[in-house]
Structure formats: structure tokens, C-alpha cells
Design a protein around this ligand. Structure first.
Ligand code: ATP
Length: 273
């Protein structure tokens, strides 16, 4: 059984403690994953794990490789090197069971604006083969969980950007996944909508026991107790609890820790790509 340890992190990782997340019991395990688009290397020997019922932030600038990693986890691309497991199911060898346990919110929006909130959910449930009656029950349940129950009958076109994002999260929960991936879920939203979404996603972790991988380039979305993966130009430069990464970099906060690890210029709120 492979244990994903911080020593697997890319060159220059300041975190050398072994972590107690084996590939078999991790919600998500990424082990030695590399990916290239022709000659361009997008991911280089990336390893980390997301524990069940935990929130892991994947922090990186535009072009760090976050979306490529999501495409590999969701099997949009074939795995060129390394292994990806979801609750011990190898994504390459047992994709059916692995993907059944996975919910995804992609960077770009994919809602039907002319359908109602519930209609969007029922349509998606049908694609998953969920019977109509059960789909209605689940729709009501996920809308309540994400704080959208009062908008069930609204046309999606009439929702705010933040509400649309929450609907996408609700939709990703319909088939009851145990691992949720979110790729820059708060992009383009105002401060309040961002905070609302983060609050709801953190609640899914603490109350529903869902493991979350949260890709972002915004420092203020990361809490000191979160697990953090710093991805830069395709390599993992830091991996571990955020507060440890800050301490080990000799920094006072995430902003300066990120700058020390990557050498990137940083502005308040987020790195400059
Ligand atoms: P962003 O938030 O801007 O999408 P990211 O961290 O998700 O950034 P990726 O989109 O995974 O990063 O990109 C990683 C690297 O791979 C970049 O150098 C990018 O230019 C390159 N890349 C991504 N997709 C392709 C593709 N289809 N063909 C060639 N190169 C690509």
C-alpha cells in the first residue's frame, strides 16, 4: 500500500514529514503524476493526498497546472505517468467506481439558463440514471444543503453569479459523491458571494464528511488549518497544513510563504500571474 508523503512533493519542498494518508484510505491520492502537452510539461511528478472529510486547497497561479490535474482526475485526459486513486479505486483501472464517488465543479459554467433550478437538477439526475421520484427528493435535499431551497422554481437566468455557482455545487452533489473537486469556483464573484460559497463548501466537509479539493489562486480562501498544496509551474513546492507551510517558509502569512516558495510577485489578495 502506497503512503503519500510530503517527501513525494516536488523538488524544493520544505515539508519532509511523512503524512498519515495511505493511497487506500485517502479520498484522493495523486502519486507521481506527470503530464505533457507535446514538449510543454504541465505537471511534473505531482504527489499529494486529500484525506476524507477534509478541505485541501490547491494553490497556484494561472498556468500552474490545476486544470490539467482536474482533467486527469476526471479522465478527460488519459494518465501519462503516475497513479490517481479515489478511495482506493485506481482512476485508470477502475474508473467506474472511482468516478461514482466523485463530484466536480468545473471552472466554466455549464447550466441551462432557460430552465429552472430544479429542472437543471432533474435533467442532470436523469443523465446519472436516477429515477424521477428519487431525483426530486435529492434535488430538494441538495438545494437545502447549499442554501438555495427558496430559489427552486426560479429560472437560472434570474440567479446571481454566486447562486449559479451554488447550483453547480448542488448538481455535483446529486449522485452523493464522497469527494468534491472545485476548480476556481469563486472566480468572478464578489466578496460576499465568495464567502458564502466557501462557507457552504466547508459545511459539506464538516457536516457531510465530504473530502474537498479546492483549486484557487486566492490566498484569503485558505484557512491556517487547511491542508495546502502549493503548485507552481507544474511542481508541488509545498504540501501540508497551511500553518506549517507558513512556519517552515519562515513567513508571516500565506502570501509571503507563497512568494518565498515560488519567487512570484504578490499583491494583496492574490498572486500576480
Ligand atoms: P488556469 O487557472 O489559467 O487554467 P491552471 O493552473 O489551471 O491555470 P493549466 O490550465 O493546467 O493551469 O495549464 C498548465 C500548463 O499547460 C500551462 O502552461 C498551459 O499553457 C498548458 N496547457 C494547458 N492546456 C493545454 C493544451 N490543451 N495544450 C497545450 N498546452 C496546454
Amino acid at each position: 500500500m502506497t503512503a503519500i508523503s510530503a517527501t513525494n512533493a516536488g523538488q524544493g519542498s520544505p515539508d519532509t514529514r511523512p503524512r498519515d494518508v495511505s493511497a487506500a484510505n485517502a479520498a484522493l491520492s495523486i502519486a507521481g503524476v506527470s503530464h505533457a502537452y507535446g514538449a510543454r510539461r504541465a505537471l511534473i511528478d505531482v504527489s499529494f493526498a486529500v484525506a476524507p472529510a477534509s478541505f485541501t486547497a490547491l494553490l497556484g497561479l494561472n498556468g500552474a497546472g490545476k486544470t490539467t490535474l482536474f482533467a486527469l482526475i476526471t479522465r478527460l485526459f488519459g494518465i501519462q505517468a503516475g497513479h490517481i486513486g479515489i478511495f482506493g479505486n485506481d482512476v485508470g483501472r477502475a474508473p467506474g467506481e472511482a468516478l461514482r464517488l466523485l463530484g466536480v465543479v468545473f471552472q466554466s459554467r455549464t447550466l441551462d439558463l432557460d430552465l429552472s433550478v430544479t429542472q437543471n437538477l432533474l435533467y442532470h439526475a436523469a443523465l446519472h440514471g436516477i429515477a424521477r421520484r428519487e431525483a426530486r427528493l435529492r434535488s430538494d435535499d441538495v438545494l437545502t444543503r447549499i442554501g438555495l431551497a427558496d430559489r427552486a422554481g426560479s429560472k437560472v437566468r434570474d440567479l446571481s453569479g454566486g447562486q449559479m455557482r451554488r447550483l453547480e455545487i448542488a448538481r455535483a452533489l446529486l449522485h452523493r459523491p464522497r469527494l468534491l473537486l472545485l476548480d476556481e469556483a469563486t472566480v468572478g464573484l464578489d466578496v460576499k458571494a465568495r464567502a458564502d460559497i466557501l462557507h457552504h463548501v466547508r459545511q459539506l466537509v464538516s457536516e457531510q464528511g465530504i473530502g474537498v479539493l479546492w483549486a484557487t489562486h486566492l490566498f484569503d480562501e485558505i484557512a491556517p488549518g487547511d491542508d495546502l498544496v502549493v503548485l507552481h509551474q507544474g511542481r508541488v513546492l509545498g504540501y501540508g497544513p497551511a500553518q506549517n507551510i507558513i512556519a517552515e517558509a519562515g513567513a508571516r502569512d500565506i502570501n509571503s510563504a507563497f512568494m518565498r516558495l515560488t519567487g512570484a510577485a504578490v499583491e494583496p489578495g492574490g498572486p500576480v500571474p
